[in-house]
Design a protein around this ligand. Sequence first.
Ligand code: HAM
Length: 425
Amino acid sequence: MPRSEPIKAARGVRDILPAAIPLWRQAEQGAAGVAQRFGYQEIATPIIEQLELIQRVGEDTDAVAKELYRVEKRGTQNLALRPEATAGVVRAYFEGGLNQGPQPARLYLIGPMFRYDRPQKGRYRQFFQFNVEAIGVGSPAVDVEVIELARSWLIEVGLDKLALELNTIGDDQCRPAYLDLLRTYYRPLKDKLHPDCQRRLEVNPLRLLDCKVPQCQPLKTGAPKITDHLCEPCASAWAVVLKLLDAAGIGYHLNPYLVRGLDYYTRTTYEAIATSGLGAQSTLAGGGRYDGLVKDLGGPDVPGIGFAAGVERLALLLAQEGKERATRPVVFIAPLGDAEAARADQLAQQLRAAGLATEVSFRKSNPGNQLKRADALGARFALVLGDQELKSDRAKLKELKTGAQHEVTLSGFADEVRKLTGGPR
Ligand code: HAM
C-alpha cells in the first residue's frame, strides 16, 4: 500500500464514535443494571484463551471450526481470540474457586468477541456481547430466571417488538436415539439437501433443523420432533420450564427447529428475536442450558445455563427506532467576554454539582452564533452572559426547542434550572 493512502480499520470491525456512544452506554448500563437486580455479579475474563479450551466448545461449531482467530504462537501455548464467552467463564468459575461459593454462581460479562465471518449489517468480526451465565444448579427454575433477565433487559432499554423462541434439545440420555431417527428420516432425502447439510447428516444431524437454505426448508416439516422423544427427566424439566413461563406471564413461541449453532447445548434453548428492523441478523440474544460443557472442559458434572446478546444489534435497533435516551448538555452557557467567562465557570460548577450536564462555550462570537452552536450540540437551554446580565444578576434562559425565554437570576441559577427540568438535585 503506498504510504500516502490512509489506512482504514480492518475489515468487519468498527469504531464506536462519540455520537454512537450514548446508545452504546444505554445498552451496556441497562445490561449491568438488570443483571445486578437479578443478583448477577460481573466477571471479566481474558480476550485470549488457550486454543484447546475454545476447541472443546464443539468441533462442528462454526464459530470454532471456520471462524476462529488463532493467535500466532508465542512461547509454548496455542492461543485464540475468544469467539464467545461461555467457555472462558466456565473455566474461570473453577479456576477462581467460584464453585466453592453459593450456587448457582450468577455471572455476567460484557466484552468483545471475535469471529471471522462475512461482515454484513448486524454481523461483525469484532462484536460485543452481554453474556449471562448461571452455573451450578440444574433446576428448570434457573432457565426461567435467565430468560426473564434477557427479556427484562430488552424491554428496559426500550424494545417492544420482540419474540421469544423456545425449544428443548434433550440430553445425553434421549438425544442419541432421536438423532438416529433424524438420520433415518433424512437419509432417503440426502440428494435434495444442500452440500453442508449432506455432510452434517451423519456427523451432526441436529443442525439440519436450523439450516436456513431454501432448498432444505420443505424437508423439515416431516422430520421427527425431539419433544416427542424426550426421556422422562428431560420431559419433566421441559414441562416445568413451560409452566413457570406461563405463571410469569412470559409469552413464547415453541420452535422445534431452534437447536442453536454451538454444540454444547442440552435441554432448554431459546432466542430473543427482533420482529422488525434487523433483516437477516434479527437474533438479539440466544442461549440455553449446557449441562455437559463443564465436564467437557475437564471439570466435574456441573450444570449451567446462560445466554449472550449482541450489543451492536441492540444499538442498531434502538437507533433505528429512535429510542436513544439523549445525553446532551442540559445547559449551554456562552460568555461574551473575559469577566463573563469567569462567572460562566462558576455557574457551570454549580449546575454540574446539581447533576445537570453543562457546557461552556470557549468561542468568542456574537449571541446569534452562540445560540446556533447550542442548538447543534442538542442542548436544552442556552444562557448568553454579557455585561448587562452580570450587573443586574438577571438573565433570559432560552429553551431551544420551544423558543421560550425563562427569566432567571444568576445567584439562584442552578436551583431555577433544576425546577425547570424537574431534574436531579
Ligand atoms: P451465539 O448465538 O453464538 O451464542 O451469540 C449470541 C448473540 O451474539 C447473537 O444472538 C447475536 O446477537 C450476537 N452475535 C453473534 N455473532 C455476531 C457477530 N458476528 N456480529 C454481531 N453480533 C453477533 C453464544 O455466543 C453463546 N455463548 C451464548 C450462551 C451463553 N449460551 C449459554 N451461555
